[in-house]
Design a protein around this ligand. Structure first.
Ligand code: GLU
Length: 310
């Protein structure tokens, strides 16, 4: 795959990215509501690139499973849009950046139970509720979807991590109860939150996630066939660009110039339309909840390759 003329071959470039960006000191933070995440060593750093021509390049800890957390929201949205299943969804959740934290109760109350977008927690709870119309276990469905797209077994739900998060899920439960009160949740709040937390607790490696996200860079074509139409795929990319990085979507677009979705486990999935899907992971987060080293690495990679949607 060609990059800019001055860039080294991709494998060497990724090795250099790991050398430059692997954290040398324990800077940044971990979320307080998910005890498991505090146990992950601060100096983990992995990166993988899966190309639309079928190649995979990786470096660093790209084979170490990590908690995908909110990156799951991209894939639950894709599942909800598959095969015309989206009927009714877009009257329950909007597609605007939230401009507030991803788990804001105030905004949901002020906006009468209609979440700003599917990538904040309230929006993802609505998407999960939508999926639960067809299956009692949306988390296991998501796991199957991710395993199929990754092309090999490996992803798993870390049930212990999920149980740990469920013990301190008061805020997500509050969001679900607000949604219910406004008539925007069909299933019981506790059922939706449990499914949502188990989705977030799926463990995957950078290589697996880059491969699983490839359909988003490839007009909706995944490892084993069509996942979404080109137009639905474009729309998910648009929501990633505008809403995928918590309250730092503008800053991320400025620095990286690509649609992305991050999770508080320190992973970021990024799409280069027509070219590749990239997953970077490093567990310590900036003040907005995005991987510190991961964001810096992606800014560096996009500058050195010229990959950008702009
Ligand atoms: N499970 C996390 C929560 O609901 C996900 C947060 C995230 O990655 O944005 O708080």
């Amino acid at each position: 795959m060609s990059t800019t003329l001055s860039a080294p071959p991709l494998g060497l470039l990724l090795e250099d990215i790991v050398r430059r960006h692997r954290p040398r000191q324990n800077a940044g933070s971990v979320p307080t509501n998910i005890p498991f995440l505090a146990t992950v060593p601060f100096d983990r750093f992995g990166i993988a690139v899966a190309t639309t021509s079928g190649e995979v390049f990786s470096s660093g800890d790209a084979g170490v499973p990590f908690s995908i957390q909110s990156i799951s929201k991209v894939f639950t949205l894709a599942m909800a849009l598959q095969g015309g299943r989206s009927a009714g969804l877009w009257s329950r959740v909007l597609r605007e950046p939230s401009g507030t934290s991803f788990n804001s109760l105030v905004q949901l109350e002020a906006e009468k139970g209609i979440p700003r977008n599917p990538f904040i927690n309230a929006g993802a709870l609505v998407v999960t509720d939508h999926l639960l119309e067809e299956t009692p276990d949306a988390a296991t469905q998501l796991l199957r979807f991710l395993t199929e797209q990754a092309g090999s077994p490996g992803p798993f739900i870390d049930e212990a991590a999920a149980a740990g998060e469920l013990d301190s899920s008061s805020r997500n439960l509050a969001l679900a109860h607000f949604l219910k009160d406004f008539g925007n949740l069909t299933r019981p709040a506790a059922v939706v939150v449990e499914n949502y937390v188990r989705q977030c607790s799926i463990m995957m490696t950078c290589v697996q996630l880059a491969k699983a996200g490839l359909f988003l860079a490839n007009n909706g074509q995944g490892t084993s066939g069509t996942v979404l139409s080109p137009s639905e795929t474009k729309r998910i990319g648009s929501i990633m660009l505008t809403c995928g990085m918590y309250d730092a979507a503008g800053e991320f677009a400025y620095r990286v110039g690509l649609p992305g979705k991050s999770g508080v486990g320190g992973g970021i999935l990024v799409i280069v339309p027509g070219r590749c899907s990239i997953c970077v992971w490093s567990p310590r987060l900036d003040a907005k909840g995005n991987s510190l080293a991961g964001t810096a690495a992606l800014a560096d990679l996009s500058d050195r390759t010229g990959w950008s949607v702009f």
